[in-house]
Ligand binder design. Structure first.
Ligand code: GDP
Length: 248
């Protein structure tokens, strides 16, 4: 029997954003096995698809929202960003403007959701996967892959892929890595490789406390213990019983 939604241990909301015509809809269509079309009717409104991924032994579901159609009016709203746990940010390697406008997208993501409140008294990061799409059109390329890598490294600290919605290059791996990062942030215990002593700088749960206790054993003697004078013993340095605490 094929695996379904009910077999998933978690479900996460993901948004695909970027300039018009960079291939957001085409990427989503490729991911879910729909046919590639050279000319698509622009997406109006918001559509979503569901896709199941295996992340380090756990089945999780991404609910992937397509924002195509709204970016033209810069109208991706707070409402759509609400509850988002991961983002795929797309530009077109044949369109230099779509790359330079990434600063707008990064700023707006940072403003809206860079850290979303988990509701458990802490803020959690939103992983962003940067995709340089249409890499099959090498003869028309205007943005080198190295530029994408550098931007991802400098601004986002997550990952970068060059993709093609036409040939399918790196489409699945991009979403798979996003699924990994989202699970790692929100439900690391679902993963086979999870270990309670793994230190997560953004996660301040009991896991971190356990890990801290493990790495740094509790002191058994205090400074105070050290300067308690012992009967009949004198410091070799000051020749007194109250001294620097050497008591040799
Ligand atoms: P959106 O507005 O960002 O959703 O962009 P679309 O998915 O509607 O794609 C815009 C145009 O780019 C369409 O004509 C697609 O056929 C084309 N396109 C999208 N992705 C690719 C790709 O990877 N390679 C090529 N050659 N064309 C693409």
């Amino acid at each position: 029997m094929p695996l379904g939604e009910k077999d998933c241990l978690a479900s996460y909301k993901v948004l695909v954003v970027g300039e018009t015509s960079v291939g957001k809809t085409a990427l989503i269509n490729n991911l879910v096995g729909r046919e590639f079309r050279e000319s698509m009717v622009p997406t109006i409104g918001v559509d979503f698809v569901k896709k199941i991924f295996e992340v380090d032994g756990a089945l999780i579901q991404l609910v992937i929202w397509d924002t195509a159609g709204q970016e033209r009016f810069r109208s991706i709203t707070k409402y759509q960003y609400r509850g988002v746990q991961g983002i795929v940010l797309v530009y077109d390697v044949t369109n230099i403007a779509s790359f330079s406008h990434l600063t707008y997208w990064i700023t707006s993501i940072q403003y809206e959701v860079a850290h979303c409140h988990s509701g458990r008294g802490r803020y959690e990061p939103i992983p962003i996967i940067l995709c340089g799409n249409k890499c099959d059109m090498d003869e028309k390329r205007r943005v080198k892959a190295s530029k994408g890598y550098r931007l991802a490294e400098k601004e986002m600290a997550f990952e970068f892929f060059e993709t093609s919605a036409k040939t399918g290059t790196n489409v699945f791996p991009s979403f798979q890595r996003l699924a990994y990062h989202v699970t790692d942030i929100h439900n690391p215990k679902l993963m086979k490789s999870y270990h309670p002593y793994m230190i997560r700088c953004y996660d301040d749960t009991e896991t971190t406390d356990e890990a801290r206790d493990h790495v740094k054993p509790k002191r058994t003697t205090t400074k105070k213990d050290k300067i308690v004078p012992k009967e009949g013993k004198k410091c070799v340095k000051w020749k007194k019983s109250f001294c620097c605490g050497c008591f040799r």
